[in-house]
Design a binder for this molecule. Sequence first.
Ligand code: G1P
Length: 230
Amino acid sequence: MDAGITEIGVVTGRGKRAIEDHFDISYELEHEIAGSDKEELLSSTREIMDRCTFSYTRQVEMKGLGHAILVGETLIGREPFAVVLADDYCVTEGDGVLAQMVKLYEKYQCSIVAIEEVPIEETYRYGVIEGDLEADGVYRIRNMVEKPAPENAPSNLAIIGRYILSPDIFDVIRSTPPGKNGEMQITDALQIQAQQSRVIGYRFAGRRFDCGSVDGYIEATNYTYQLQSS
Ligand code: G1P
């Protein structure tokens, strides 16, 4: 919403119906808390529901991030779109990370990936880029590799879970063979665009928590708790 995006598509799967119910009215719950001091907690969810539309589609088989994005094609059509991997939780002081990236998209009109420096021994957990610095925090990407061992990593600049993609990426994903772990990798598809100088890496202003790890999840929880109680 902060980035001006109000059409939200969620790629979901078996056993995750609670996500769909989250952005919907819960008559029973609302009845229970009406008139109590918890009633105000509803207003933020209601505001999101009023301003956005939510559409869902299912990824039936887990064939990788590139495949999940391709499954979303039916919700997106032919326009640039953002991808949010919700387990990467990003906090910023000013504009949110996607709002920062939308501004960059307006300038560069090509795919953009958020990046951050990671310790070199952790490159095996990320897509890693190599590029030329074009402006403060902005790299024109030449090469990108999915989850390289530290000795093969082209840098320690890792892709984190925020992307803006140009819609031709769907055709590129379709024609890219499976990569790391036999999965359809978005990094491999982006590498095709990068060879045509059509991918920007952006070191966003802010902090990221890896909520896909226990440590990151706890850190994010503590950080948010401290923000609310200060
Ligand atoms: C995915 C991407 C990887 C990226 C990471 C960011 O990996 O494949 O390139 O660096 O997200 O969180 P995953 O974490 O799903 O294994």
